[in-house]
Write a new protein. Structure first.
Length: 183
């Protein structure tokens, strides 16, 4: 099973990118997690879309999502809500609307997140729900993973060093993979 992991931050040193890299290492044997960033996706502009069509980075990401078995989004929490970078990408990825079924329709989705703050990413994860319903994604709700104090669970190179979080992440991934396999 091929799971496409997308971090909701552009930073190379992002805790959410690091969380997805750890997920790729802890995925069950039946699954692989491929981490892909959002670099090269411009701010959504309907005039740009009308004049030039989809930017190449958007078209390529749409094809990668469509070829995957599932999505795993790692969302930061900015100002008690979802991150603009990832929301902007989702807006581009939903264009044209006629392509939503190919890219998102009934695709299994896992949602995780990490933040250095004390409240984890619960508000950001909740803010995503209307977007996922609109796009027809099938969110796995059998497990939850949101990380607070992310600066303490990753080392300077971005490796996940907290054994309890490693165990929680592995358990989350096993449950999510089973959900994807059930269809």
């Amino acid at each position: 099973m091929r799971i496409l992991g997308i971090p909701g931050s552009l930073r190379q040193g992002s805790h959410n990118r690091a969380l997805l890299v750890a997920a790729s290492e802890l995925a069950p044997p039946s699954a692989t997690v491929e981490v892909v960033g959002l670099q090269g996706i411009p701010l959504y502009d309907g005039d740009l879309e009308a004049a030039q069509g989809l930017p190449p980075a958007v078209a390529a990401l749409k094809d990668r999502i469509a070829a995957s078995d599932a999505l795993l989004l790692a969302t930061p929490e900015y100002n008690s809500s979802l991150p603009g970078v990832l929301k902007n990408a989702m807006d581009w990825l939903s264009r044209p609307a006629s392509d939503i079924p190919r890219v998102f329709g009934n695709r299994p989705l896992g949602l995780i997140g990490a933040t250095p703050g004390p409240r984890a990413t619960q508000l950001a994860q909740a803010a995503w729900l209307p977007v996922f319903r609109t796009l027809g994604l099938r969110l796995w709700t059998g497990g939850q993973l949101n990380v607070s104090g992310a600066g303490k669970v990753f080392d300077a190179s971005g490796a996940l060093i907290d054994p309890d979080l490693r165990e929680r992440l592995a358990k989350y991934l096993a449950g999510f993979a089973a959900f994807v396999e059930r269809g």
